[in-house]
Design a protein around this ligand. Structure first.
Ligand SMILES: [Cu+2]
Length: 707
């Protein structure tokens, strides 16, 4: 059986290459690609097992946290949740990037500076107002211009699910006023029919002439299970609606992951995970620079224990480290006044422990303790003709040591009422770690830039079932967040959205927020309607203001801004979703979101997405499926002119998708195709920097074999 499988693989590979990849091989750039396809890809294929390319998405809604399940094929015996069928509605196609999937989650919006490296915000809270974690691990991008949010280092292929925690639970794994996105990494699978199982997938998209190749392999024997995955993407400059090609929108990357699991006994297992991501030649059309290379190495060791009969019913411990290098590149840009080298480094090491304790049948306690140390350094060397190179630190070497503890108390009051109290404290030390860094910050007049902060967070939530099908939840919280390294120590960081250089302020106060969140849902048969409302008032809101006494570093910049605390900002809004199943083979899903945000002067806060709706209808009578999807956004007129914003027109898009599944020589074979942006609409979203148009009509084809 196994032999037969192995023989089939090269054939599959050949077909895929013939169909999709021949043209790319003619390009000189693709030497690495050829190497990959010839040497590495077959090796990975050999191992192949159950690739579950992105994405079905399930909404597992538990009060204020949302889980987006990415496993398409449930091979590990996990019970399917009621909502798992909804996954398909958030899937755009099987080669979707994590960003494309996140964009469809109602609570998330993405800030876009290029086709790659979009930055997720939760209910318009962004950057260091939210935690972005990889499997509970802290990770910090190495780019001063936020080109590399942590989400770019995780492929849907190595993701088990995406957990979005808002409102009162958002701070449990790190003090935060905006919430947490945790990317839970897929684990090796013991429950497979054969020792080896896997998936390979190949796809092509026309808008950016992009290729997507991926493979996943699982091997399980006795107490050991291993999982390996690899994903390769290459995109050219994409074509926007109407046919304009967007220069500097290309990118290329490879992502690998390897995971090993050892089951010591019924209750305990150990796990080791490594993820490596290498990207190069990544264009950022909305920024004055591109990325030469960006690499991340993420590693962890963990032990997990689960024994329901014990008082401590489950616990886990993890130690981890990650290392990111980022190198910006302006050598491909025309008319550069002054060439610059801008490397950045980020290193984090840490651990966390989590435990669940059953107090009695009705009460549980959840604990988490964590600590991490993050080192950041970025510099800029400017080369002006006829002059000596000029060097400076853009992130003067700094270290943040964070120690935190959180406790939740869950109380099932009676059969219809649940109570939850959450609390967290973080003690954070921030230091400049080199004399050079201290000297440089002293130029700004700060003799001592070191600081110690104690952050406090607390929330209470009540959930009540009123009568069959109606459920309501109310949440009140207080949370704090620390200023980011850029806000504290940044040194002439250029922001191309408002065209200002930014300098940090080590004396910033922490933001603190009072928030309320309420949701009500109605379930009947297999249908559900849900409405969420949220309100946050953020005191000491951190923003940039013009500092007239400083002169600019960046040629052509409007001026210099420094970070200050303004009295407050307010963010409020709603999310609504309707999930209907009018017939066994028909699904209807529609989501809506709206955020309204002001500062203390009643001026709109910047980078707030307008009203947006995504609606899908899917018909899947058998092996075939057909899906129609609309995306619509209203005009955004509430803009912040000081931040360089202008009005963004609304848009309406139509997408169509077709799928077919079959069995071929005992292997599961699936083909997916579709057209996105059918009307070839030229549009951009309000959070897209530089008003760069998004991709126009895009036809995709995606093949996948699971064995
Ligand atoms: Cu960068």
């Amino acid at each position: 059986m196994t032999l037969h499988r192995v023989e089939l693989l090269p054939t599959v590979l050949n077909i895929l290459m013939l169909n999709f990849n021949l043209s790319i091989c003619r390009e000189p750039v693709s030497l690495l690609y050829i190497f990959y396809m010839q040497k590495i890809f077959p090796v990975v294929l050999f191992c192949l097992m159950s690739l579950q390319l992105n994405a079905q998405i399930t909404l597992n809604e538990t009060d204020s946290s949302k889980v987006v399940q990415l496993n398409e094929v449930v091979v590990n015996g996990n019970k399917k949740t009621d909502q798992q069928h909804l996954v398909n509605f958030f899937r755009s196609n099987q080669s979707s990037t994590l960003e494309e999937i996140m964009e469809r989650v109602p609570e998330l919006s993405l800030m876009r500076r290029g086709a790659y490296g979009m930055e997720a915000s939760i209910r318009s809270f962004s950057s260091s107002q939210v935690n972005v974690l990889v499997d509970g691990m802290r990770i910090h991008g190495a780019c001063t211009d936020r080109m590399d949010p942590a989400t770019i280092y995780i492929e849907p292929l190595n993701l088990d699910n995406l957990q979005v925690q808002t409102a009162g639970k958002g701070f449990l794994s790190g003090s935060s006023v905006g919430g947490t996105i945790n990317m839970k990494i897929a684990e090796p699978d013991f429950n497979t029919a054969h020792p080896f199982s896997g998936t390979i997938s190949s796809g092509y998209q026309t808008a950016a002439k992009s290729f997507y190749e991926s493979a996943k392999l699982n091997y399980a024997k006795e107490r050991w299970a291993f999982r390996a995955s690899a994903t390769y993407r290459k995109s050219s400059n994409y074509r926007s609606g109407g046919g304009e090609v967007i220069p500097f929108s290309q990118y290329e990357k490879i992502n690998y992951s390897l995971s090993a699991k050892f089951q010591q006994n019924k209750y305990t297992y150990y796990k080791a995970d490594i993820i490596a991501d290498d990207g190069w030649n990544i264009g950022y059309p909305a920024l004055p620079m591109d990325v030469g290379y960006a690499t991340a190495k993420i590693a962890s060791l963990s032990v997990h224990h689960q024994q329901a009969s014990k008082k401590i019913s489950q616990w886990q411990l993890k130690i981890y480290a990650n290392n990111i290098r980022h190198y910006m590149d302006d050598t491909h840009r025309p008319n550069i006044a002054m060439h610059m080298d801008m490397p950045g480094y980020s290193k984090t090491a840490g651990f966390y422990g989590e435990a669940e304790m059953m107090l009695n049948k009705k009460q549980r306690l959840l604990f988490r303790a964590d600590a991490s140390s993050t080192y950041l350094k970025a510099s800029m060397t400017m080369y002006e003709t006829g002059q000596l190179p000029m060097y400076m630190l853009t992130w003067p070497d700094n270290r943040k040591i964070q120690n935190g503890i959180s406790v939740s108390w869950l109380y099932q009051v009676d059969s219809t009422t649940k109570l939850q109290l959450n609390s967290r404290a973080d003690y954070i030390l921030s230091n400049l770690v080199s004399q050079e860094a201290k000297d440089q910050i002293s130029i700004l007049g700060y003799a001592n830039a070191n600081r110690n902060d104690l952050l406090k967070n607390i929330s209470a939530s009540v959930t009540k079932d009123f009568r069959p099908g109606i459920k309501a939840n109310i949440n009140l919280s207080y949370a704090e967040r620390m200023a980011s390294a850029s806000e504290l120590y940044g040194f002439y960081l250029f922001n191309s959205n408002d065209n200002y250089d930014y300098v940090g302020n080590p004396k910033l106060k922490c933001e603190y927020a009072f928030a309320a969140d309420a949701s009500v849902s109605y379930n009947w048969n297999k249908n559900r309607i849900q409405l969420n409302y949220f309100y946050s008032k953020i005191f000491n809101y951190i923003t940039g203001i013009k500092e007239p006494s400083f002169s600019t570093m960046t040629i052509g910049a409007n001026g210099v801004k420094t970070f200050i605390n303004i009295p407050f900002g307010i963010m409020t809004g709603v999310e609504a979703s309707v999930l209907l199943k009018p017939a066994p083979s028909v699904d209807f899903v529609s989501t809506l979101r709206y955020t309204y945000a002001n500062d203390d002067q009643h001026q709109p806060l910047p980078l707030i997405a307008p009203l947006k709706n995504v609606t899908s209808v899917r018909y899947q009578p058998n092996r075939f499926s057909v899906q129609l999807e609309t995306e619509a956004a209203a005009t955004q007129t509430r803009i912040n002119i000081k931040s360089g914003e202008d009005e963004t027109p609304g848009y309406f898009l139509l997408n169509a998708r077709l799928g077919y599944n079959t069995t071929l020589l005992n292997n599961n074979f699936s083909i997916q195709t579709g057209v996105e942006n059918i009307f070839d609409k030229k549009y951009h979203e309000h959070l897209d920097w530089g008003n760069i148009p998004r991709p126009g009509r895009n036809i995709y084809l995606q093949l996948k074999i699971s064995f």
